[in-house]
Design a protein around this ligand. Structure first.
Ligand code: PHE
Length: 450
């Protein structure tokens, strides 16, 4: 192993738009498209949306700013960065990020693989009317493994090309297409007969739901997952930043775009469910519902449906791809910066290992669900707590000085400091405690104890 800790010519973004779109691309993903609408409708509609936004504002944006600050300050992979700034004792936090990258991408790619098959069959007009049988076929056995391999191959291929030619160029095309498709779909959904009650169901403000135990954990877990927080993905992207922009403003733009997409996704999904009476198919928010219900609705539409389902699954695919790239990038940059490997080799080896790790999820939805619970709802929050302590307490003066490069107002930086140092840790500890039972159950499932 060549020991060259610092890469001589480190990659960087060519434009500010490239960085922002890549960060939005990381954030906007499967989490927005199918997770948010369900979590929100179950959690009390508009009341949940308000709680979610509050968490994004007081914990999400400050911690995203913190990730950006560390990335730009060190110009290094998070694995190297936390150790260099914090000393040996902080090294485990860097490893936790790597673990998050492995864990999440391994099953994320499986779901993304399904979207590829759906998009492909939608173009060929070949989604059968038995959508639940179809979903079972796509999501199990060798079909699912093959799709997972294919999706990982595409992801690895983009990451191999590097920051400018791979990441930046692909998001500059993908994200605008994604936004247009989503807005088009939302307008179309508005025209559906009988879809209107869907809006009511999605957004009715059910204040009582906010008192249910676990609601805070659901909102925080969803926020971290959706914003790609807590595992160094956005820290990695910020490590390719050279310009001294206001990082708090960049984080706000990214977080609000992510929320916007999630919110609009709900405006597509619920009218469709109501217009086509798909409630039974989606009665619980399990993994496959969107994949079973929506094609069914689109089918009833005949020819328009053929176009709409293609648009929808291409959208899902693009969203998943730009997130998967960021997950792999965390691991790849770590290998490049820490051990001095070449990008191509690092991407192939890390991507290959993640692909292997994902095979059990491709073969068994129970494994997929358990890994989702553990890495998505738990690891990210632990990582977020680590980042809050690291930035808020270990390197605060340095971090504050770095933020000051773009954010001049001492008052705003004071607010940021208070949120990162005090508010975020308190909220996260509370959330972790309440997320523990479900996480423990998932660990037991994985170990075969249940
Ligand atoms: N934010 C992505 C989504 O919503 C998932 C993700 C999580 C990506 C963590 C990177 C890091 O689908």
């Amino acid at each position: 192993m060549a020991a060259s800790p610092v890469t001589p010519q480190r990659d960087s973004w060519a434009t500010r738009a490239g960085f922002i779109l890549a960060a939005v691309g990381s954030a906007v993903g499967l989490g927005n498209m199918w997770r948010f609408p369900y979590v929100a409708s179950e959690g009390g509609g508009a009341a949940f949306v308000a709680l979610y936004l509050a968490i994004v504002a007081v914990v999400g944006i400050p911690l995203m700013t913190a990730e950006f600050v560390v990335g730009r300050l060190t110009q290094q992979s998070p694995l190297v960065a936390v150790r260099r700034l914090g000393g040996r004792r902080w090294a485990p936090l860097g490893w936790l990020f790597i673990l998050g990258g492995f864990g999440i991408l391994s099953y994320y790619s499986v779901i993304a693989g399904w979207t590829m098959r759906y998009a492909f069959d939608a173009v060929r007009n070949a989604i059968p009317s038995d959508t639940s049988g179809y979903f079972n076929e796509v999501s199990s056995g060798l079909d699912a493994v093959f799709l997972h391999l294919l999706f990982m191959a595409v992801t690895i291929w983009i990451v191999v090309q590097g920051v400018r030619k791979g990441l930046e160029r692909s998001v500059l095309v993908m994200m605008p297409v994604l936004f247009l498709l989503l807005i088009g779909l939302a307008i179309w959904a508005k025209t559906l007969d009988g879809g209107d009650p869907g809006y009511g169901y999605y957004l009715r403000p059910d204040l009582g739901a906010l008192l249910r135990p676990g609601i805070l954990a659901a909102a925080a877990g969803q926020a971290f997952y959706s914003l790609s927080l807590g595992m160094g993905a956005l820290m990695t992207y910020a490590s390719y930043l050279r310009s001294k922009e206001n990082l708090a403003r960049e984080a706000t733009v990214v977080a609000l775009s992510d929320f916007g997409v999630a919110f609009v996704a709900g405006l597509v999904v619920f009218p469709v469910i109501f217009a086509f009476d798909l409630f039974d198919t989606v009665s619980e928010s399990s993994i496959g519902t969107l994949f079973i219900a929506l094609p069914k609705g689109f089918e009833i539409l005949g020819r328009t449906g053929d176009f709409v389902d293609t648009a929808f699954f291409v959208l899902l695919f693009l969203a998943a791809l730009s997130s998967a790239i960021s997950l792999l990038e965390v691991v790849v940059t770590a290998i490049i910066d820490r051990w001095g490997w070449r990008r191509g080799r690092a991407a192939l080896v890390a991507g290959g290992a993640i692909t292997l790790l994902g095979i059990p999820s491709a073969l068994d939805l129970a494994v997929l669900g358990a890994i989702d619970q553990i890495s998505g709802n738990f690891l990210l929050l632990v990582g977020g707590l680590g980042i809050a302590f690291f930035v808020g307490w270990r390197i605060f003066p340095q971090a504050d000085a770095e933020l000051a490069q773009g954010l001049r107002s001492p008052r705003l930086r004071w607010v940021w400091g208070a949120l990162v140092r005090f508010v975020a840790p308190v909220v996260l500890v509370a959330v972790l405690v309440s997320a523990w039972p479900a996480t423990w159950a998932a660990v037991r499932t994985l170990l075969g104890l249940e």
